[in-house]
Design a protein around this ligand. Sequence first.
Ligand code: SAH
Length: 370
Amino acid sequence: MKYIPAKPPLTGETLASLTARLQERGEPAFRAKQILEWVYKKRARSWDDMTNLPKALRTWLDATFELMPAALVLNKQSEDVTDKLLLELGDRSLIETVIIRAPQDGVGLDHSRKTICISTQVGCAMACAFCASGLAGLKRDLNAGEIVAQLLQVCYREDARTPRARMELASFDNIVVMGMGEPLANYDAVIRALTIVNADWGLGFGARRITLSTSGLVPKILQLAEEPLGLRLAISLHGATDEVREKIMPVNRAYPLAKLLPAIKAFSEKHGRMVTLEFILIEEVNDSIAQAEKLRDIALDLHAHVNLIPYNTVEGLPWKRPSNNRQERFADVLRDARVSVTLRREKGHDIDAACGQLRLKTEKEREAAT
Ligand code: SAH
């Protein structure tokens, strides 16, 4: 299950690790910064683009590192506002990176909020009953370079759209670690990757605009609270009682609400920022008024924001989204208690934007073709 690439990706190197590697070769200290600038600021697509490096160094780099470990195989744009990149890795694994443009009221798409959603594993071991990503289990963790590469591919794509004005990643409002996989089950690679994304010698993206979403691995939430990086946290709650949550999220057996809720509280006290509770609304599973009332109490106690997400149907799974009416009634219970709540408008339904669905489809087509 562990994937060891023939050459490690350059996008997994920190300034310190690359400097050390180059010093072993007797290169001057400034070379590492120069190389990272070519990668992240000037978006070099080949080693030979790095014209201020000696030829011998370029040859060594080419033999030692993979410049870009994720190749774009498909860019699917939806009718609405979602844009999906399907990427292929060195072992032919497929991952998804999604760009979401959410229009702000009255100002249209040009002034929309732009979010990038990245993946952290190939498949997922958490086996949430409603989710397409976990249907086939976990194939492997992504390494740090593969996680960073997703964002660099988004930059390449934006550069191609606006060739003259190179779009910096900073023109995006948020990065959400909510794609395929459980990020806290791949802790070290995720933290290393986000450190590179955040660093000024890397992609220079503010950590307070990065949100990591977890199904609720309690010890790792506590560990994350101690990280100096300062990421935002979202919790996939999806059930406001153990009885309901356990039915759809197996992780609740190891970390029931009595353990999870205090860990969330500890995190938000440490950070002084609101944690987000995500709650997918699934018909007849967790959309009762009784669940809304329990969720309200939890949110008030944790001083958390609640993000209600109407369920995206997944082919082969029996779950349904409740009617708009029922969604609103659920939300009203929270609004009435002045809980900070958003009822997310659905995006990207027409391009299979729900977690893991485009990948699943492509894998099925591949199987059918062989
Ligand atoms: N493993 C992490 C991050 C990946 S899932 C986590 O569990 O948070 C990102 C979010 O998408 C989670 O809240 C997940 O529950 C939700 N999700 C998964 N399948 C979905 C679907 N079919 N419709 C709507 N949301 C879904």
